[in-house]
Structure formats: structure tokens, C-alpha cells
Design a protein around this ligand. Structure first.
Ligand code: ADP
Ligand code: MG
Length: 622
């Protein structure tokens, strides 16, 4: 067999088909051919490194294991060269002239199924090399095998049905691919364009990638290293790289598993809340890689929505052959990865919460909103997430928080429910009308100070078989107080009469008036008679209709009024209603407004001033 003359070869039928599809399809990202060729070069170097371990003699054994990319924008060429394993003549025919049967078949049927191409199909079906014909007029491959006795060859093709192989003198070990670009794709002969592409897709390739003599990939794929080989500094630097952020991460999870799925992940909790109110939802910043090569910078559905604050990398060696970007969304594989990582992350947060309260406090303060969202929206992880909730309560110091488990640990014997109350802040809740009943009974109440909180806790419903109950609910069954309020209460009949008087006077403004055991120091309290419409919910809905530019809807709060039969004011009122119904009526109205005001339910306080003046005039009359 002569090795001197150029030999024409026809492509295997499937290759021809693939080539036609690749060349004639309209790609969104033609640039991915760079990724494919660099990945091939990296594979070739990796194979050489392996061969070096077992073989004594290797051609050009002193050559560095690196990839050199050169651009020439006057000639309109791009060259990608490696000192890898190279190819013999037979290997050239086999590797570039045919496609592994399974790969080609899968590729062609995947295209049929999807009704077209997408950027990842190419790399994942063993046809990556041909992507170069999207941009090339002609391609020359110069190569020399690692076998010390081997010869050099040149493979050349213009994208038609044939290629030519001929011997080529003076080749060094490895492969050099010279791409003559089509006129309309000359941009790929520009250094800056190629630099951007390498940084985007090939930043973590194991071997140095030099562009016109300067190394481009300086960041290591630290997520593939064992944890004890990565320094804190390296973790922090990598965060700056992936998060494109100058701050420091709050924490990170470095996770590796081989079975049942090969997953390597490095997930960062950002140092600040990346979602700015009013600027809409952010996209999750975790990129999906397969063996260090970028598959998708913003994969949808890799994590549940509430984890969109995460930054980092997920790498799975199991991904490529069965997945393409478009079908990835529903892929069972991605769902599995998502499940494993989400669970692991929740456990990681729980560990921090247990071991380092201060650190967890910071995480909660910065990212707690997302975790709350998870409790309300992610049924699959609700239980795990509920352990991570933290709130101030009537038994924590100001600024300190407790978890629900902590609350349960402190519960009194016989206490069945977990109580919470909403309000704009701790002070407002403490001076509000609801807490005193719980204080008198030594019951702890969780303080909900964010509008979303009572939604989240209502949604959660229960925790470790304890109901979560809003403390402003009218139908609470509270035990006898530890400390009895001072003074004798009104007798039953007088109390009943006063309640009737109040209901008649206040009319539709209250649903019911009754005497309760709840109160200690206050004369009255307005209790929520509508479980679904909490005060916060009302405010949220009002804010929403204001935002959408609608007329604010009239949403009168439905309340029950509870009076305290031991309170001086109530006793006086009971007596006054029979002798001075006029003033008593005004006092009744004022009492209701006071109760609504304390509950944060008074929408229109101005009417109160006129009434107060009226009242003052009446009581100052000599
Ligand atoms: P894949 O990389 O998925 O196998 P490609 O179409 O990208 O598919 O490459 C086909 C084959 O060509 C590779 O499997 C490899 O054997 C060979 N090849 C491609 N590029 C090189 C290279 N730079 N050095 C050595 N062999 C290469
Ligand atoms: Mg390849």
C-alpha cells in the first residue's frame, strides 16, 4: 500500500447525512464548534497521559500537554493544535470518516424526534468534530500518532462527500486542525471573539489552553478535586468567578457522589440577597457541566424555584449521551440530580444551624425569604425546610431567634398548638392587644414581622404534629391563666347586658361581642373572625391593588369584640349606659376604634378625632 500519493475516500453514508444536516441547519450558536474541538484536544491529551503510564516509548515525549489556539484574521484561519495522542492513518479513517454506529443512529433519531438541531446534540453523540463544517470552507487535520514508529498524515476535506488523506512530513506528536473559515464566518478568526468563546465554554479544561501564546483558562475545575485539596482561598476565588461578584460567599457546599449518579457540585450561598425588590425574579446561577465542559449556563429546572439564589456548578459525567438541552427540562436524570442536591443542601443548612448559630443567623437574615418561599411552595421539601425557619418570639430576646423545634422544646405540659402573631415589628406586637393573654398563661408566641410570614405558617399548617395557630383567632381554647387578673369581674347578668348594648350600638361594625377570659390589662380586644383574611393579608391585598393602579377595594375587617369584665373602664361603662346612654354610645365607638387601632385594622382614623372632641365636650360640661 503506497503511503505517498493522496488518497480519496468517500465518507460513510451516515457521516454524509450528518454532515449535510450540520452544514445546512441554522444554528443559534455556531460558536460551539470551538468547544467541541477543544474538548477533543483535551480528550486526546488525557488519553496520552494515560498511555504515558503504561508505555515506555512515546513519540516526542518531551512535548508539553497543552492546547494551542491561533487566529489569523488576514488569512481568515483558525488553528487548534494539541500534543495529544494523535491518529494513525487507519484511525483517521475510522474516527473522522465513520461514526460509531450507536452514536450516529442515536444522533439521527434524536434530530428526527426534536424536529431539528440544537447546540448540544452535536457534542453528545460523538459527532462533535463535524460541527466545524458549520463555519469552515475547508478543514485540514495534521496528525502524528504517539507510536514512536508512526508517520505523520494530513486529512483534508471541504465539507463535501469526500476527504483526502496523504502523508505529511515533519509532524510532531498530536493533532493540528487548520480551519479555513467561510467568508461570512470570518469573525472566528478574531482573537477577541475566540477568547470569549473559550472563556465561556472551556474555562475549566484540564490542560492549558493558550490563545496566540497567552493562557486563557486559568481557573481550575475545583469542584472535581477532593475537598481536602482545595483551600478556603480557592473556594472564595472560585465564587468570585462563578458569581461574577466581588463579595464573599456566606457558605458553600462541595458535594461529590459516584452512585447512583456521578455528581460533582459546588454550590455557593451568596454574600448578599441577589434579588433586588422590584427588579423581578433572578435566574438560578448554577451552570451545568459535563466533565468540565459547559453544557448549559442557566439550566432551567435544575433546582426548585426557591433555590434560585444559588451560584455555582453542577457537573455530571452521566449527562451527555442521553441528554440535550431542549429535552433536559423534563429529563428524569436532571430531576434526580435536582432531588439529590436539594436534599443535601437542606441537610447542609440544618447542620450549620445546629453547629454555628451565628453563621446560620446571617444566612437566615440574607436568604431566609427564599427558604420561607420554599416552605410555602415546595411540598416535597417542606418538612426539611420547616426545620430551618427562624423567628423572634415572646420568649427570645430582641434580635434573637428560635426555630419551631426550639419552641416545641419549651412548650408547657398539655399545650397542643404553636402560636404565632403578625405585626409590623416586635415593639408593635409587644404593645398590641394579643400578647397579654398568652403572657398571663406562660405561653410562647412566635412573632411574624414580614408580610409573607403568616402566609407561610398558615400554609405549613402544622409542625411535628402541632397545629400552627394565629394568636388573634377568636376561637382559641386557652387554659386558665397562671396569674389571675386583679379585681372582681362584673356579674354575669351585667356583663351580658353590656355586651348586648355594645352590639346594638356598634351594629355591623362587629360580628359578635362577648366577655372573655383572655384579657388581663386591656379593656377590649378585636379578634379576627375571618381565618382566611388575616390583618397582614388585608394589607398585602390593599398594597397589591394599589400597585396595580386599581381603586383600593373596601375590605372592612370582620372582627369579634371581646371585653374584659374586670377592667375599670368596662365596669364604669356598664353603669353609665343606663344613666347617660349618649356618652356611653360615644365611648363604645371609641373603644372599638382603639381595639382596631391596636390590631392594625383601623383604615381611616380621622373620624376618631371628631368623636373624641365630641366626647371631651360632653364630659367637661359642668
Ligand atoms: P467524540 O469526541 O464524541 O468521540 P468527535 O466527532 O468529536 O466525537 O470525534 C470523533 C473522534 O475523532 C474522537 O473520538 C477521536 O477518536 C478522534 N479525534 C478527534 N479530535 C482528535 C484529536 N484532536 N486528537 C486525536 N483524536 C481526535
Ligand atoms: Mg468530541
Amino acid at each position: 500500500m503506497s503511503t505517498q500519493a493522496p488518497e480519496k475516500h468517500a465518507f460513510q453514508a451516515e457521516v454524509k447525512q450528518v454532515l449535510d444536516i450540520v452544514v445546512n441547519s441554522l444554528y443559534t450558536d455556531k460558536e460551539i464548534f470551538v468547544r467541541e474541538l477543544i474538548s477533543n484536544a483535551s480528550d486526546a491529551l488525557e488519553k496520552l497521559r494515560h498511555t504515558q503510564l503504561t508505555e515506555k516509548e512515546i513519540a516526542d515525549d518531551n512535548l508539553p500537554l497543552e492546547i494551542n489556539v491561533t487566529t489569523d484574521d488576514t488569512a481568515g484561519t483558525l488553528t487548534i493544535q494539541d500534543f495529544g495522542i494523535g491518529m494513525t492513518r487507519d484511525e483517521l479513517v475510522e474516527n473522522l470518516g465513520t461514526i460509531a454506529h450507536s452514536g450516529s443512529k442515536a444522533f439521527l433519531s434524536a434530530i428526527k424526534e426534536q424536529g431539528g438541531m440544537n447546540d448540544n446534540l452535536i457534542g453528545q453523540f460523538g459527532v462533535g468534530f463535524y460541527s466545524v463544517f458549520m463555519v469552515a470552507d475547508s478543514v485540514e487535520v495534521f496528525t502524528h500518532t504517539w507510536h514512536p514508529g508512526g508517520e505523520g498524515f494530513k486529512w483534508a476535506c471541504d465539507g463535501s462527500g469526500e476527504y483526502v488523506i496523504e502523508p505529511s512530513e515533519g509532524q510532531r506528536r498530536g493533532t493540528k486542525i487548520v480551519i479555513k473559515l467561510k467568508e461570512e464566518h470570518k469573525e472566528f478568526a478574531q482573537e477577541s471573539r475566540i477568547k470569549g468563546i473559550i472563556e465561556r465554554y472551556s474555562s475549566f479544561v484540564e490542560f492549558p489552553v493558550n490563545l496566540n501564546g497567552t493562557r486563557v483558562n486559568t481557573t481550575q475545575a475545583i469542584w472535581l478535586k477532593p475537598k481536602n485539596e482545595v483551600t478556603e482561598e480557592e473556594y472564595k476565588d472560585f465564587y468570585k468567578f462563578v458569581a461574577k461578584s466581588a463579595d464573599e460567599p456566606l457558605d458553600w457546599l462541595h458535594f461529590s457522589a459516584d452512585a447512583p449518579l456521578a455528581i460533582n457540585a459546588l454550590l455557593y450561598l451568596p454574600g448578599h440577597n441577589p434579588e433586588i425588590p422590584g427588579f423581578g425574579r433572578i435566574e438560578c446561577g448554577v451552570a451545568l457541566h459535563c466533565r468540565k465542559v459547559l453544557i448549559d449556563p442557566e439550566p432551567k429546572k435544575l433546582f426548585p424555584e426557591w433555590l434560585r439564589f444559588l451560584k455555582g456548578v453542577v457537573d455530571s459525567a452521566d449527562l451527555p449521551l442521553n441528554i440535550s438541552r431542549e429535552s433536559m427540562q423534563d429529563s428524569a436524570l436532571v430531576a434526580k440530580i435536582s432531588q439529590v442536591l436539594t436534599k443535601r443542601l437542606i441537610k447542609h443548612l440544618a447542620d450549620i444551624a445546629k453547629k454555628d448559630e451565628e453563621k446560620y443567623g446571617k444566612i437566615w437574615k440574607t436568604l431566609g425569604g427564599f427558604l420561607k418561599e420554599g416552605v410555602a411552595s415546595d411540598f416535597a421539601h417542606r418538612e426539611g425546610l420547616a426545620n430551618l425557619l427562624r423567628y423572634e418570639s415572646s420568649m427570645t430576646e430582641a434580635g434573637k431567634t428560635t426555630g419551631l423545634q426550639g419552641y416545641i422544646d419549651r412548650m408547657k405540659d398539655g399545650q397542643k398548638d404553636i402560636y404565632f402573631i403578625s405585626g409590623p415589628n416586635r415593639k408593635a406586637i409587644e404593645s398590641g392587644p394579643y400578647l397579654e393573654a398568652f403572657k398571663a398563661r406562660g405561653l410562647e408566641v412566635i412573632f411574624c414581622c414580614e408580610p409573607i410570614d403568616d402566609f407561610v405558617l398558615n400554609n405549613l399548617g402544622q409542625y411535628h404534629e402541632k397545629q400552627l395557630v394565629s394568636a388573634d383567632q377568636d376561637d382559641l381554647e386557652l387554659p386558665e391563666p397562671d396569674t389571675q387578673a386583679e379585681g372582681e369581674p362584673l356579674d354575669e347578668e351585667t356583663t351580658k347586658g353590656l355586651c348586648e348594648f355594645l352590639k346594638t350600638t356598634l351594629g355591623d361594625k362587629v360580628k359578635e361581642v362577648s366577655a372573655g377570659k383572655r384579657l388581663v390589662g386591656s379593656p377590649v380586644v378585636a379578634l379576627n373572625a375571618d381565618k382566611m383574611m388575616t390583618p397582614h393579608m388585608r394589607r398585602m391585598m390593599a398594597a397589591m391593588s394599589a400597585q396595580s393602579g386599581q381603586e383600593p377595594q373596601e375590605m372592612p375587617a370582620v372582627v369579634n369584640l371581646q371585653i374584659n369584665p374586670r377592667h375599670g373602664l368596662i365596669k364604669n361603662l356598664a353603669a353609665m349606659k343606663d344613666v347617660n346612654a349618649d356618652v356611653a354610645g360615644l365611648v363604645a365607638e371609641q373603644l372599638l376604634d382603639n381595639a382596631l387601632l391596636a390590631a392594625g385594622l383601623l383604615d381611616e382614623p380621622r373620624g376618631m378625632v371628631n368623636r373624641l372632641n365630641d366626647l371631651l365636650e360632653k364630659v367637661t360640661k359642668a
